[in-house]
Design a protein around this ligand. Structure first.
Ligand code: 5GP
Ligand code: ZN
Length: 114
């Protein structure tokens, strides 16, 4: 889709640090790292938000989460957890209107419960 930052990343018109890619999805590092390794998983098909998914696309994208989560955790033994966040709509803090899922690693140093 024209003028979509994430479509431009998929097409290679805007550079990104790719974490994973297949025919249906791309995962790449977020330009603003909430924590090191903060990754975005996106469908290659342009859909604005969850309201535009059909079941087939949802399976293609959301079913990748467990494997991607394990791959991110395996990068660093200090990663002890992961936040998975998906904002839908401006009122829900979505700022890029090509659907994306945040995977935000959490480190031992993030633990304020102990
Ligand atoms: P949202 O607020 O829509 O859930 O998240 C959008 C995310 O996209 C933000 O975390 C922002 O840092 C990221 N982002 C925006 N533009 C770019 C870009 O050009 N490249 C990359 N890698 N991430 C981007
Ligand atoms: Zn797009």
């Amino acid at each position: 889709m024209e003028d979509c930052i994430f479509c431009k990343i998929i097409n290679g018109d805007i550079p990104s640090y790719k974490v994973y890619e297949d025919d249906d999805v791309l995962a790449f590092l977020d330009i603003t790292q909430v924590t090191p390794g903060h990754t975005l998983l996106i469908p290659k098909k342009h859909v604005a938000d969850i309201f535009e998914y059909d079941a087939d696309l949802a399976t293609k994208v959301f079913a990748k989460l467990p494997e991607l989560a394990r791959a991110i955790r395996a990068i660093n033994s200090d990663i002890k957890g992961l936040n998975i966040i998906n904002n839908n709509g401006q009122v829900a803090y979505q700022s890029v209107f090509h659907s994306h899922i945040h995977l935000i690693p959490r480190y031992s140093s993030d633990d304020d419960m102990s």
